[in-house]
Design a protein around this ligand. Structure first.
Ligand code: NAD
Length: 484
């Protein structure tokens, strides 16, 4: 086993910092349940130190040219790619996700974000607005100090998806990872320093909600970007709103995937597997309500059963394994409770449903069929590997049922009918949608939800609007025309 104990718990002002008086947070390897490292929550003194360092460093960072800032971000992307294997191993220890995934989806996705926003940084400008004689120009300004708060399912990716646009725009960021997965963001901070980032511009503080909350309410913080659950999002949004702060909220979902009768069944089954079992089902945008046209339901389920036969469950460090443990005992218990509710509620347990005996937080990939809209498992986000298969008869019906939820993160449609694909997607209430695939999130595309699933967008040029603000300047070219 490699030594994954970080040099210290926090990363403040360009260096690792320790203070063991903060609450101890064990890092549990989900595949064994063993503690493999330990960090401590940030004390109020460390929070103060990080905020002061950020406030001191940020003006000079914002005053650099975008091209200079971008060069540092792109250098960090190169370092991440060069160290991908080591970072993927760390991600696997932090989350339990199989190496087969972490080698291609985590550090690499973080590097994509740093590269993309590094490339954009030099082109971030205001505009010139002619008014005849007079004119207006706009200046795109950094917000100042941004706080990023992460969920535990994609610790490297979330840190980079927030840091890259924030830093490209000239902000400083203090990032608080989830207390469940504290390790990966520290590496991102270390690599940014190695790439030339000035001290204090990207810092990491550990801790749970009691460290996140004072960061959100500190008047020196200008923006909060949270990835987490809807209940946490409501609390954090309300706290930020009290001081009129900017927010980005990337929250949960219960997204629909609609499979029409003319769909390629193998592709639809593949999409349903990607959208329910990747990362052991712990993905916010998962299409957990799979609406399958009644005429192909049996064929869909038969093919799904066959493909589930080739799942390889085991040690996530083994690259042949394609299905790892859940992140924690607690998350597995929540999932098993939903499985019990599914059975009690009358759904048919079509596949899986049991915890796997032995060490680690494993649970079988689970499929319920004959699910109806009113069942708890069809209404609430489970955040585990539980697919609900529902059937439908016609297009208008399935659109109405797909939209009958408070959430609106993602939606997918599988069909061979070109016009139907676009017509249906156009009516589904969701921010990140897919046609004939599921759960692909390239940095070039906006990512985020509508309704209770969130506010704002990550990735793409859209993220720039959420990490900068416009100053407009009216320039008079003649005498002032006053009434008296
Ligand atoms: P969570 O809401 O429990 O915690 C998220 C983060 O918020 C953690 O870092 C936590 O310490 C912090 N936090 C908790 N209370 C806080 C408070 N009062 N003030 C400030 N910070 C506080 O979520 P989780 O269990 O870590 O993650 C799972 C959830 O995240 C799921 O609902 C999932 O759908 C969602 N998620 C969304 C996206 C997205 O991009 N939309 C991505 C990944 C996960």
């Amino acid at each position: 086993m490699i030594d994954i104990q970080p040099e210290a718990s926090h990363y403040i002002n360009g260096a690792y910092v320790e203070d063991t008086s903060g609450t101890a947070i064990p890092v549990i390897y989900p595949a064994t349940g063993a503690a493999v490292a330990r960090v401590h929550a940030a004390t109020p003194a460390l929070i103060e130190q990080a905020i002061e360092a950020a406030r001191t460093a940020q003006p000079a960072w914002a005053a650099m040219s975008g091209t200079e800032r971008g060069r540092i971000l792109r250098r960090a992307a190169d370092i991440i790619r060069a160290r991908n294997h080591e970072l993927s191993v760390l991600e696997t220890y932090d989350t339990g996700k199989p190496m087969q995934e972490t080698l291609v989806a985590d550090a690499t996705s973080g590097a994509d974000a740093l590269e993309y926003f590094g490339g954009l940084a030099g082109s971030l400008t205001g505009e010139h607005i002619p008014l005849g004689g007079d004119w207006v120009y706009t200046i795109r300004e950094a917000l100042g100090l941004c706080v990023g708060i992460g969920a535990w399912n994609y610790p490297t990716q979330i840190a980079c998806w927030k840091a890259a646009p924030a830093l490209a725009c000239g902000n400083a960021m203090i990032f608080k990872p989830s207390e469940v997965t504290p390790l990966c963001a520290l590496k991102v901070a270390e690599i940014l320093t190695e790439a030339g980032l000035p001290d204090g511009i990207f810092q990491v503080l550990q801790g749970a909600g009691e460290v996140g909350a004072p960061l959100v309410t500190d008047p020196r913080v200008d923006k909060v970007s949270l990835t987490g659950s809807v209940p946490t999002g409501k609390k954090v949004y309300a706290a930020a709103a009290a001081q009129m702060k900017h927010v980005t909220m990337e929250l949960g979902g219960k997204s629909p995937m609609v499979v029409f009768e003319d769909a390629n069944i193998d592709d639809a089954v593949g999409g349903a597997i990607l959208g329910n079992f990747y990362s052991s089902g712990q993905v916010c945008s998962n299409g957990t309500r799979v609406f399958v046209h009644a005429s192909i339901k049996d064929a869909f389920l038969a093919r799904l059963k066959e493909r589930l036969g080739s799942v390889v469950i085991g040690d996530p460090l083994d690259e042949a394994v394609n299905f790892g443990p859940m992140v924690s005992e607690a998350q597995r218990a929540i999932t098993l409770d939903y499985v019990a509710q599914g059975k009690a509620g009358g759904a048919t347990l079509f596949h899986g449903g049991k915890a796997i005996e032995g060490q680690g937080f494993y649970i079988e990939p689970t499929v319920f069929s004959d699910v109806t809209d009113d069942m708890t498992i069809a209404r609430e986000e489970i955040f585990g590997p539980v697919m609900c298969v529902l059937s439908f008869e016609d297009e208008a019906e399935v659109i109405a049922r797909a939209n009958a939820t408070d959430y609106g993160l993602s939606a997918g449609v599988f069909t061979a009918d070109l016009t139907r694909a676009h017509r249906v997607i156009g009516q589904l209430q969701a921010g990140s949608c897919f046609i004939n695939t599921y759960n692909l999130a390239p940095v070039e595309a906006p990512f985020g939800g509508v309704k209770a699933s969130g506010v704002g967008r990550e990735n793409s040029k859209a993220a720039i609007e959420h990490y900068s603000q416009m100053k407009s300047v009216y320039v008079a070219m003649g005498p002032v025309d006053a009434p008296f």
